[in-house]
Design a protein around this ligand. Sequence first.
Ligand SMILES: NCCC[C@H](NC(=O)CCC(=O)O)C(=O)O
Ligand SMILES: NC(=O)OP(=O)(O)O
Length: 315
Amino acid sequence: MKKYTTAYDVPNINDFADKALELKKNPFAFDTLGKHKTLGLIFFNPSLRTRLSTQKAAMSLGMNVIVMNVDGDGWKLETEEGVIMDSDKAEHIKDAFPVIGQYCDIIGVRSFPSLKDREADYADKVINDIVKYTSVPVVSLESAIRHPLQALADLMTIKELSQKAKPKVVLTWAPHPRALPQAVSNSFAETMNLADVELVITHPKGYELNPEFVGNARVVYDQKEAFKDADFIYAKNWSSYNDYGQILSQDKSWVVDEEKMALTNNAHFMHCLPVRRNVIVTDGVIDSPQSAVIQQAGNREFAVQTVLKEMLENL
Ligand SMILES: NCCC[C@H](NC(=O)CCC(=O)O)C(=O)O
Ligand SMILES: NC(=O)OP(=O)(O)O
């Protein structure tokens, strides 16, 4: 595997999630596979889960790990082509990543969208440029438009918890004070379209996701209608795709609360974290026995370990 930037980078994401669940049972089975191999993690944006789970996963495979927060610790990196570099950005990614590629056997990158220029964000230029400018495998730690490691962990969690062959999975928009990327929702929808689930997406009008990611999902604008008989409720805020990057609503009636969860089939509550309590979801729901958020975050380790293992085996 030369890159993992979307669920389509593996032949079958369902089989791949099963492999990850197998690895979870015996995470140290390949603890010398990564001997003398170095993983470089480059963060343009903050992280807790992705950073720590990836470091842990690499160490369980015997790898060395080097981590850099490029906006904090190093030279600020320019990502635009052909600019006169007289701003605060001292180095171009075209120079930085071929250098980083010489020090590393695998590179992981987190780079959020601008939320200003839809065309540029959806070209997913930073991660694609890094794939282009380095010869080593690249894993997305959340790009401008996708978060494939999160979606893989989400699929694992649904497989672990589902009591049905084809559960009803509802992705619901929820309010947030800031404009957030569509990446988590895009990757979740992309992956659920490939999984054996009934996918429903609910959001206020104006928050339609890119149709490429919605796929065969049913879009329901009435949140309570969408929640009926759901087996999984996956909450996430995202900014508008059509009115690009804008906050169109902060409607508190979209918060996931106990009353709405009571409409479901005793659904499991999911969120990628970090989550703003009592903004996205009430304490009562996230602290309930049906909350899967900690298990989901736990699965991040084995999702990325499976990707790294596959890359190491094909170096
Ligand atoms: N990696 C998981 C989510 C990351 C990001 N969330 C955030 O930036 C939340 C920040 C805040 O709540 O202020 C997102 O939505 O894509
Ligand atoms: N869910 C997730 O990617 O978390 P971090 O942003 O903390 O890495």
